[in-house]
Structure formats: C-alpha cells, structure tokens
Design a protein around this ligand. Structure first.
Ligand SMILES: Cc1ncc(COP(=O)(O)O)c(C=O)c1O
Length: 437
C-alpha cells in the first residue's frame, strides 16, 4: 500500500475511534464526585460491589476492550476531566491576563496541596511535568559524587533512569554498576541481593531504587534498603512514579532524601504533571536546574526550571488529589490488591505460567506480570499480547528489561471489575493451553 494511503486509512480509523469515544463518554452515566458515598472500611471494603460500581461510574472508558494496561497512565475520572476542560477554557480565554497576575499564587496553592497530601513540607516539593523530569533533575543534579565513586542500580529500574545513572560516568567520572534483582523476587531475597551488591561495591555513594517496578509490579522494601544504604554512607534516590496512589504511604515512610513522583498515573491528574521531593536539610546536595536564577539557592523551586507549562494541567491537580483522598489511599490500595489477587489466584495453576510477583503482603499492588515458561523473547511475548488484545479484547503490554526475560504486564484500575478479570482469566486459560479455546 502507498504510504499516504496508509496514513489516511490510519487517520480514518483514529477519527472513527474518536467519534466512538465521544459517543461513549456522552452516553456514560458519569457520576459526580460529590455523590460518591464514603468508602467502606474494614475487611469487606475492597469487595463491596455497590461502592466500587459507583467508583467505576466516575469513569467514561471505551467498551471496545478490557483495558488492563493502566500502568502507562491513569485515565482521568469524569469530575477531573471536566475540571481540566474548564481550566483549559479559562486559560485560553484569560490567557496572559491570568498567567501574569494569578498563576503564581495558584501554582503555590497546588504545591501546598500536594505537599500536605504526600506528607511533606511545602519547602520540600517542586512541581515537574512528571517523574522523568523529577528524577533526571535529582540524578543529574546530585552533586556529592567525586571521580572514582560508584553508583548502583538494578535491572528492574526504569530505562530512562538507568540512562541517567549511566550518564553519570561521563558527567561525574563515577563507576556505574548494574545488578539483577533475583527472580522470583521475595522481600528477603531482594534485601539480600542489595546487601550483596553494596558489599561487593564498597565505593558506592548513590543508589537508585524503584518503589514499584513498572516491569513486574514488585514493591521494593524501600525504607529498609535506604536505611541499609545510609549506614554505608550511600544516598538513595527513589523512583516513586508508580507508587503514590497505588500504594498507601507518606513520603517520610520511604526514609529517602530524594524522591521523584508523577501525578498522572495513580492520582489521576491530567497527563504531564509530577513533583520532586528533597528532604529539607538535603537541598544543597542537588544543583539548581541549569543554573536557575529565578529562585534563591535555598528555594527548592530553583531545582526545576521547566519553562511554560500546561497551566490547566497543574490547576486540575487539586481536584484529582481531592478525589484520591475522598476514596482514600488505603481503600484504593486494598481494592487494587484485591483485583490483582482475583486474577492471579485463578491463573497461578495454569499450564507453564510464571507469575513474577510474590503473594507476599506488602510486595505487590495493582501491577503483576507473567510469562510462559521458556518464552523469554520479544516475539513470543508480543504474540501473546496481540492475541489477548485481538482475539479476547483484553489489553495488556509486553515489558522488556527483566534479567530473566521479557514478560507481560497486567494492570487493573479502579474502574476494573470482576467481570473484566474473568475475561482475562478465560483468555489466559486459552493462551496457556490450559483450556482449548
Ligand atoms: C518506574 C517508572 N519510572 C518513571 C516513569 C516515568 O514517569 P513519567 O511518565 O511521569 O515521566 C515511569 C513511567 O511509566 C515508570 O513506570
């Protein structure tokens, strides 16, 4: 087919998709956040069908596929989406008249709101466009390294953070060491592996940790590891891109001085917003962003110089945070773990299936990956993802970079229900050859 034909037929398909999505979103009986009842507490809370059906009604989601690829980013609820549109309209209407007079104070209110919610002082938070920007500024800006020092990270860490750590070789003259997290991972095996890696690399001065792995969903025992590192004079930078909102915690519980977050995954803000955290007494260890002169040396905002941002995105953050708090971090965590357990407990016995995240309390949240024994390459895993999507209408994603081989990630969201997971389990039964389809 001629290239322009491909493009125009792709565009037609995309436009058809948009039209369908618009119809879906108009037809969806979206609920207002104000009418959402209080989250049920106690043992049965995560399985309370009526409550979680109400939460599901906050979302307008395509019925074309069961979307279990919610690790990429989090769909906005309708109340958040409406606020985002309202703010976008306001910005377009008021333009610089708003931006020059009021945006500064409004952004400060957002920063304060985020700091309160994550349990930090406002002086410890600076807004970014996401976790990548936050973590690149922390890794690149960390100024305590001397030539000959070492820095350490593992296979499960995010690719662009691995690149940023590798770049320290040229930038700071350090030795960069990468090691493999054991598989199957267990809390103790992981603690032992980091202890061995630190022991084997006594010049290490900086450690990168990923709180929730985007590859397997494993939840690292970050506080224990950061403490272990600190005892050896090693600073830790934590990648919390996937954790806050999926896992219930306050930033101080990580016991790390430097943490990068986004707000567009599990907090459900519009795409393109996050923040970095630097513990108050550690600000001097991170350089100003490209020599920023807008803010004082003692002001954390000098550590991020983004340029013009999407005002509407930032202004929508309080609405997303409010809904996160209304449902409650503990209730979200319990529900997401229940959804993960629902499919894992049914699929664990399937022929040749390897579940990469242990059923160990505290070691998983929503995300869990699997592979079929011996199928460690790209083609095999991609073929399964395509089959799940095209034959069974279940959306997952292939993940590379795990030392023992590629895998498939399954990520439910708050709008996922048991029927969606039954569809996944049925599909897995066929795909694994446990059942003929
Ligand atoms: C572990 C991890 N770190 C960092 C990022 C980057 O996050 P952001 O999209 O906020 O830049 C992601 C995104 O998927 C991630 O999974």
């Amino acid at each position: 087919m001629h290239l322009t034909e491909t493009i125009s037929s792709d565009r037609r398909a995309i436009l058809r998709g948009f039209a369908a999505a618009a119809v879906t979103s108009l037809a969806a009986p979206a609920m207002a956040a104000e009418t959402l009842p209080a989250a049920p507490t106690g043992a049965g809370g995560a399985t309370d069908k009526a409550y979680w059906a109400d939460v599901k009604r906050l979302y307008a989601v395509t019925p074309d596929v069961v979307n279990l690829e919610n690790g990429y980013w989090g769909i906005m609820t309708e109340p958040v989406r409406r606020e985002f549109i309202r703010q976008s309209d306001m910005i377009n209407y008021q333009n610089t008249y708003y931006a020059r007079q009021r945006a500064g104070a409004d952004f400060e209110a957002v920063r304060t709101r985020v700091a309160e919610a994550v349990g930090a002082a406002v002086e410890e938070i600076a807004l970014t466009r996401g976790a990548t920007e936050a973590l690149q500024l922390l890794i690149g800006g960390y100024n305590r390294l001397k030539p000959g020092d070492g820095v350490l990270y593992a296979d499960l860490d995010y690719d662009s953070m691995q690149y940023a750590m590798n770049a320290l070789r040229a930038r700071r003259g350090v030795d960069v060491v990468k090691f493999d997290v054991p598989e199957p991972a267990t809390r103790q095996a992981v603690l032992d592996a980091y202890a061995r890696a630190i022991e084997a690399n006594p010049k290490t001065r900086l450690l990168l940790l990923t709180h929730v792995s985007h590859r397997t969903g494993f939840v690292m025992p970050v506080a224990e590891l950061a403490r272990m590192a600190k005892a050896k004079g090693i600073d830790t930078i934590v990648d919390a891109a996937h954790s806050w909102g999926q896992i219930d915690f306050k930033v101080s519980e990580l016991e790390a001085d430097f943490v990068g977050f986004n707000l567009h995954k599990w907090i459900g803000a519009p795409l393109g917003v996050g923040f970095l955290y630097i513990r108050k007494d550690r600000l001097a260890a991170i350089d100003r962003d490209m020599g920023d002169e807008d803010f004082a040396e003692a002001d954390i905002r000098s550590r991020v110089h983004t340029g013009t941002v999407n005002f509407a995105t930032v202004l929508t953050v309080p609405t997303a945070v409010a809904l996160h708090q209304q449902i409650g971090a503990a209730a979200k965590q319990a529900r997401l773990r229940y959804l993960r357990d629902y499919w894992v407990s049914r699929a664990r016995g399937f022929k040749d299936i390897e579940i990469l995240t242990p059923d160990e309390a505290g070691s998983y949240g929503a995300i869990t990956s699997f592979r079929l024994a011996g199928k460690t390459g790209k083609a095999d895993n991609e073929a399964i993802v395509v089959k799940l999507r095209d034959s069974h209408k279940v959306m997952t994603v292939r993940r590379a970079g795990v030392a023992k081989g590629q895998c498939i990630r399954v990520t439910p969201a708050l709008f996922t229900d048991e029927a969606d997971l039954d569809r996944l389990v049925e599909a897995l039964a066929v795909v694994t050859g446990t059942k003929t389809g």
